[in-house]
Design a protein around this ligand. Structure first.
Ligand code: FDA
Ligand code: NAD
Length: 434
C-alpha cells in the first residue's frame, strides 16, 4: 500500500485548515513538512460564502474568489501558494480510519499517511431528515448545505426550477440565510420550524419578531410550531409536497433543510477525551492524546471569560483556534511558550440588506434598544444581555464598523450597570462610552 509521511498533518481542508496553513507558513514551516488532507476537491475557502454570495443571481461569488484568508481581510491562498510553500494539498481524499497509537491515517482508497503531529480540523456535518426517519426524505431536490458540492447542486436546482416554490426546513442560520438567497432568486419561499420564533438559540422574541416581520414583507411565508414529517414525489422521484405535522401540506420544487449540525469526531472515538459532543482540548487546543490537536467546530475548549468548556460552530473561532494551535506547536518546538486562548464569542449573519453582529454571552436579562420599526428606513437596533449587574452580551443590527467595535468591547469588558433602564435610555451610546 502507498504510504506518505509528514511532520505535520492537518486533517480536513476547511476554514481552520486554511488559517492553520497560513500560520505554519508564517512560523517558517519547511517544504515537505506539512500536508492538508481533505475530502473536498478544492483548496480551503471561506465557507460562509456558500450560504450568501455563492447563491446570488448577481455579484455571484465563485472560487478562486473566496479562498482563505480573504474573509478576515488577509491574503488569498490560491492552490499555487501551497505549492510555493511546499505544503502538500491532498484533495478529494477521505480519511476513513485514524490510529493515534501508530500515528497513522488511512484513506478510503487505501492510502496510508503517517504524521508526527496531527491537527484535527474535520468540522461539522449536517443533520439529515433521513437520520430521523422522515418519510420520503431521500427524494430528489431536497438539499443540505455544508460543502461547495452541495452549493453547486443547489445552484443547478435554482436554475432548473426558475420561479418555482421552495420550502426551507429550519429557522436557524441556514434557514434564514437560505430563505433570503432563494427569494433573491425569485423563488417563492416558505419557512417551517418548530420553535415559537427563529434562531431561538441566540435571538430573543423581540429580535426574532423584527426579522420575521422583515422576511414576511419580502414575501416569505413563515410557518412556526411544526415540523416536516414527510415528502411526496412526482414520477421522476422529485419532491412535490412537504407534509407538516400539523396536517398542512406545502407544494415544493425545492426543499432546503437546515436543522443543525454535528461535529465530525467519530474517527477518534475512544482515542481522545470528549466533552459536550466535541473533542476536549486545553487552551492551546491540545487534546488528551500526545501530539494531537483539535481546532474549529470539533474542539470543546476552555472559554476563559465564562470559566466553562464550550464548543463554537462559527468562523471567527475556526480561524483563531487554528492559529493558536499552530503557534503552540511551533513555539513548543522552539522551547518557547504562548499565552492561552482567551476567546470572546463573535457571531454574525447577513441576509437581504440586513447585517448583524453579536459578541459575548446571551444569558440573563435583556434590554432592547434602538429603532426596530419595520417601516423605518434604517434598522439600527440591538439588545444587551445583563447578568449579575454586568453587561455580558450585545447584539446589533446594521452597526457601523466603529459601533461593532464598541459592542465587542462592552462584551469583553463586561461593565456594571445600575439598572436596566439606563441601558434602555442610553441605547447604543452606552456602548460607545466604554
Ligand atoms: P470546516 O467545515 O470548514 O472544514 C472541515 C473540513 O474537513 C472539510 O473540508 C471537510 O470536507 C473535511 N473533512 C471532514 N472529515 C474528513 C475526513 N474524514 N477526511 C478528509 N476530510 C474530511 N460561521 C460564521 O461565523 N458566519 C457565517 O456567516 C457562517 N456561514 C456559514 C455558512 C455555511 C453554509 C456553513 C456550512 C457554515 C457557516 N458558518 C458560518 C460556520 C463556519 O463556516 C464553520 O464554523 C467553520 O467552517 C468551521 O471550520 P472548520 O475548519 O472547523 O470546519
Ligand atoms: P442551527 O442550529 O442554527 O439551526 C437549526 C434550526 O432547525 C433550529 O432552529 C432548530 O430548532 C430547527 N429544527 C430542528 N429540527 C427541526 C425539524 N425537524 N424541522 C424543522 N426545524 C428543525 O443549524 P443550521 O442553521 O442548520 O446551521 C448548521 C451549521 O452551520 C451550524 O454550525 C451553524 O453555526 C453554521 N452556520 C452558521 C452561519 C452563521 O454563523 N452566520 C450561517 C450558516 C451556517
Amino acid at each position: 500500500m502507498a504510504e506518505k509521511s509528514f511532520k505535520y498533518v492537518i486533517l480536513g481542508g476547511g476554514v481552520s485548515a486554511g488559517y492553520a496553513a497560513r500560520e505554519f507558513a508564517k512560523q517558517g514551516v519547511k517544504p515537505g513538512e506539512l500536508a492538508i488532507i481533505s475530502k473536498e476537491a478544492v483548496a480551503p475557502y471561506e465557507r460562509p460564502a456558500l450560504s450568501k454570495a455563492y447563491l446570488f443571481p448577481e455579484g455571484t461569488a465563485r472560487l478562486p474568489g473566496f479562498h482563505v484568508c480573504v474573509g478576515s481581510g488577509g491574503e488569498r491562498l490560491l492552490p499555487e501558494w501551497y505549492k510555493e510553500k511546499g505544503i502538500e494539498l491532498i484533495l478529494s481524499t477521505e480519511i476513513v480510519r485514524a490510529d493515534i497509537a501508530s500515528k497513522t491515517l488511512l484513506s478510503a482508497t487505501g492510502l496510508i499517511f503517517k504524521y508526527q503531529i496531527l491537527v484535527i480540523a474535520t468540522g461539522s456535518t449536517v443533520l439529515r431528515l433521513t437520520d430521523f426517519g422522515v418519510e420520503g426524505a431521500d427524494a430528489k431536490n431536497i438539499f443540505y448545505l455544508r460543502e461547495i458540492d452541495d452549493a453547486d447542486k443547489l445552484v443547478e436546482a435554482i436554475k432548473a426550477k426558475k420561479n418555482g416554490k421552495a420550502v426551507v426546513v429550519g429557522g436557524g442560520y441556514i434557514g434564514l440565510e437560505l430563505s433570503a438567497a432563494l427569494k433573491i432568486n425569485n423563488i417563492d419561499v416558505s419557512m417551517v420550524y418548530p420553535e415559537p420564533w427563529c434562531m431561538p438559540r441566540l435571538f430573543t422574541a423581540d429580535i426574532a419578531a423584527f426579522y420575521e416581520g422583515y422576511y414576511a414583507n419580502k414575501g416569505i411565508k413563515i410557518i412556526k410550531g411544526t415540523v416536516a414529517v414527510g415528502f411526496t414525489t412526482n414520477a421522476d422521484g422529485e419532491v412535490k409536497e412537504v407534509k407538516l405535522k400539523d396536517g398542512r401540506t406545502l407544494e415544493a420544487d425545492i426543499v432546503v433543510v437546515g436543522v443543525g449540525g454535528r461535529p465530525l469526531i467519530s474517527l477518534f472515538k475512544g482515542q481522545v477525551a470528549e466533552n459536550k459532543g466535541g473533542i476536549e482540548t486545553d487552551d492551546f487546543f491540545k487534546t488528551s492524546a500526545d501530539d494531537v490537536y483539535a481546532v474549529g467546530d470539533v474542539a470543546t475548549f476552555p472559554m476563559k471569560l465564562y470559566r466553562e468548556m464550550r464548543r463554537v460552530e462559527h468562523v471567527d473561532h475556526a480561524r483563531k483556534s487554528a492559529e493558536q494551535a499552530v503557534k503552540t506547536i511551533m513555539a513548543t518546538e522552539g522551547g518557547k511558550t504562548v499565552t492561552g486562548y482567551d476567546y470572546l464569542p463573535y457571531f454574525y449573519s447577513r441576509a437581504f440588506d440586513l447585517s448583524w453582529q453579536f459578541y459575548g454571552d446571551n444569558v440573563g436579562d435583556t434590554v432592547l434598544f434602538g429603532d426596530n420599526d419595520l417601516a423605518s428606513a434604517t434598522h439600527k437596533f440591538g439588545t444587551y444581555w445583563i447578568k449579575d449587574g454586568k453587561v455580558v452580551g450585545v447584539f446589533l443590527e446594521s452597526g457601523t464598523p466603529e459601533e461593532n467595535k464598541a459592542i465587542a468591547k462592552v462584551a469583553r469588558v463586561q461593565p456594571s450597570v445600575e439598572s436596566l433602564d439606563v441601558l434602555k435610555n442610553e441605547g447604543l451610546s452606552f456602548a460607545s462610552k466604554i
